[in-house]
Design a protein around this ligand. Sequence first.
Ligand SMILES: NC(=O)C1=CN([C@@H]2O[C@H](COP(=O)(O)OP(=O)(O)OC[C@H]3O[C@@H](n4cnc5c(N)ncnc54)[C@H](OP(=O)(O)O)[C@@H]3O)[C@@H](O)[C@H]2O)C=CC1
Ligand SMILES: O=C(O)[C@@H]1CCC=N1
Length: 349
Amino acid sequence: MAGAFRPVDGNRHSHVPPYRLALGPGPEPGRGRRTGGHRAWRVRALLPGVPVRHLGRQVGPGGHRRRFARNRGRSVIMADPLKGLSVLLVGCGKMGGAMLLGWLGQGLARENVVVVDPGAGTSVPEGVRSVTPEEAAHLTPRPDLCVVAVKPQTIKTVLPAYAALAAQGTTFLSVAAGTTLAGLDQALGGNAAVVRAMPNTPAAIGRGMSVLVANDRVSDVARAAAEALMRAVGTVAWVEDEALIDAVTAVSGSGPAYVFLLVETLAEAGRAAGLPGDLADLLARQTVTGAGALLDAMPDDPATLRRNVTSPGGTTAAALDVLMAEDALAPLMRRAILAAQHRSRELAS
Ligand SMILES: NC(=O)C1=CN([C@@H]2O[C@H](COP(=O)(O)OP(=O)(O)OC[C@H]3O[C@@H](n4cnc5c(N)ncnc54)[C@H](OP(=O)(O)O)[C@@H]3O)[C@@H](O)[C@H]2O)C=CC1
Ligand SMILES: O=C(O)[C@@H]1CCC=N1
């Protein structure tokens, strides 16, 4: 992976490299201006039963890494990179809806977004136009970017309706797992500017991780616009080698599910150890969110933070002897990641 992406050098303000790691600045959930209730609706769709704070424009750094990147790179970060950008969103389900929330919260004008989703109905945010695929294909002026967030199994039948937009110069950004740049281009008529992005659902609260790769028809301006859209919902990295996206999908695209499973299994183990169910649920949730927040806030690597918990000869060491055994978590995680990577490759066909 070393050398596969280039880090942004925040001191070289005159130079915007074509491939880079763009650490933050992600938006700050719950801070900044208040926004409409429909956004909370969408987050609730992802996190039912959890109190939802509104998204707001980023007003301050949330962790040591984001503070660092933000301060050093301040003069290359435009105040309102989404202002003036026009976006057609095809597919407003869990992932498309999560991104839309972030974009609106970060300054994308409602009148500059159009949504196509036969299944979304009234859940499209107030002030955002909803159209049919036929209407979308003839939008004037044509959108700068068309973000496609439909299922990989249907994307190749959905895209041909938008070939005219691609021919007129709209850049397409697909978040579909598996579907390759070549496959997307072919479905769009064979001469399209296409970006692939692999985000994840923490985008709904501005804490997503997205990895991008583009074909060579994507202009520098469109590349910057695609990056601005994804940065509005979290951290962005670019790769040059598209084959890496299958592993990215396995690690960060699907990754939130593994963390949620950890919470579930930790709570279950707590119950088995004699805790009342609701207390076990609370301990598991708070432990994982607290540990994640600590990881975000501290400069230490995760191994150091783990060692900080582990007293010699103590309880953590006893548990880690089980979890870190040769045949325990590490090989299990490797197998899980390989299975997801394999499935991502399968979805390409
Ligand atoms: N969920 C995740 O964590 C992640 C998902 N992705 C990718 O995002 C994409 C969407 O996944 P996800 O959001 O989970 O799935 P969803 O099913 O929640 O969203 C897809 C949406 O597209 C709608 N849709 C179906 N056909 C069309 C059409 N012809 N035009 C416009 N919209 C249409 C669906 O409506 P209906 O329900 O009525 O069919 C649905 O609302 C996938 O390709 C997936 O690989 C990428 C990273 C993470
Ligand atoms: O499960 C999936 O296929 C999608 C892609 C990554 C997360 N969800």
